[in-house]
Design a protein around this ligand. Structure first.
Ligand code: SAM
Length: 382
């Protein structure tokens, strides 16, 4: 029997396709990276990685029993700690028994953050122009958010923590439905848009102006019935972030993240070498996230969502402009390179618009903290 594949959403309009694209920032928007307080042993690496690791040749990232991390690079001088190079674990451990998935997440995240040209300027959503460009005020319903809300359906009066609330795509409708929402959002332009959207809807939202890594849950006024992190998993030490979410919740934790690279990620990967002279590395995705949870002893429900196989990007000029910003291009001379690259990667429809053939999947990963405890000793066999 052939597998059932959802139909391509090829007939979708440009706006709807932008909604797919807005899943997550392609750039690190965490202002706290590089400006953290003194690291505790648990978050030593995530704190240190901010400004210092700028090499893409990370080979291995190992976790020690006390949860401190050691990044081993190809150059012994670049090791964060003076650890000897590990032996080749692929030879010693062909079954992956010693894999620490949080270390895999961290290594991928660091490699992503270290992409030359990636962190130039400020964080992506720290720039108001990007927030306006990718989250412009719209009156039409956002299909992805509608889907999330239809699935969540929290009763009135519940306490919701929305981590990485952005412009309030989920926060505002949840508050309109009678939830008491606390929104964690580190980017000032996002908070500005969130406040405007909440005011327009006539709802009150409590906003915490921090990255989740820097939030002390004890200051949030008690536990939450629902904790949501929707396309905001930029945290380097994801395990520490997940443990904190679990601890803040007396109900369900819902995460939304990529299962496969998003369409725009595919374009960035193809064009980055031509613009920045270096390879573009994807962020860690939901498969890794789920394995981190399993190694915490949390067994989540994982629901895949097909995000379409064909993505409409509007006219050539619009797409060049969009990717010039997504790529942090240094000067306008790169626009020609981006234009040529887009014409290679995308195909033109009869109306002149460009489309990208690229099947993409999101993941909805959730669990009930009342039914599951963090029990690392339940380490599953892969
Ligand atoms: C792509 S937007 C998603 C907005 C909204 N959650 C949604 O689903 O539409 C990601 C948001 O997460 C925020 N963010 C990124 N890293 C974060 C972190 N470490 N802690 C809290 N928020 C973060 C960004 O500033 C941005 O506003």
């Amino acid at each position: 029997m052939s597998p059932t594949v959802p139909p391509p959403l090829s007939s979708r309009g440009g706006d709807e396709d932008r909604l797919i694209d807005e899943g997550v920032t392609p750039f690190c928007s965490n202002p706290a990276l590089g400006a953290r307080p003194a690291p505790t042993p648990h978050n030593a690496l995530s704190s240190e990685c901010g400004g210092r690791i700028d090499r893409t040749d990370l080979l291995t990232c190992r976790a020690r029993a006390d949860h401190r991390f050691t990044v081993i690079t190809g150059d012994p001088g670049l090791s964060l700690e003076n650890e000897p190079m590990p032996q080749d674990t692929r030879v010693l451990d062909p079954y992956g028994d010693t894999i620490d998935w949080n270390s895999i997440w961290i290594a991928r995240k660091l490699r992503h953050l270290a992409i030359p040209g990636y962190r130039e300027g400020d964080g992506f959503f720290q720039q108001k122009s990007n927030v306006l460009r990718f989250f412009s005020r719209r009156t039409e319903p956002n299909p992805r958010v509608q889907q999330q809300l239809a699935r969540l359906q929290p009763p009135r009066g519940v306490r919701v923590l929305d981590i990485g609330a952005g412009p309030g795509n989920l926060t505002v409708p949840l508050a309109e439905r009678g939830c008491h929402v606390v929104a964690v959002e580190p980017a000032a332009p996002m908070r500005e848009m969130l406040s405007e959207n909440a005011a327009r809807a006539g709802v009150e939202v409590e906003v915490v102006p921090s990255a989740w890594e820097d939030v002390d849950p004890a200051t949030l006024g008690g536990s939450f019935d629902l904790v949501i992190a929707s396309f905001s998993l930029t945290m380097v030490d994801i395990r520490a972030a997940l443990e904190k979410m679990h601890g803040a919740c007396d109900g369900e934790v819902h995460l939304y993240w990529f299962f496969t690279p998003p369409p725009w990620g595919r374009v960035l990967r193809a064009l980055w070498p031509e613009v920045h002279g270096a390879e573009y590395h994807y962020e860690p995705m939901a498969g890794c996230l789920v394995n981190v949870l399993l190694q915490m002893g949390v067994f989540p429900t994982v629901e895949p969502a097909f995000m379409g196989g064909v993505h409409n990007y509007g006219t050539l000029d619009e797409v060049v402009d969009e990717f010039a910003h997504r790529m942090n291009r240094r000067d306008r001379t790169h626009d020609g390179v981006i234009r040529d690259g887009l014409l290679r990667l995308l195909r033109r429809e009869e109306d002149g618009s460009l489309v990208l053939d690229h099947p993409a999947w999101h993941a909805h990963v959730w669990w009930d903290t009342r039914e599951q405890l963090i029990r690392p000793e339940f380490n599953p066999v892969y």
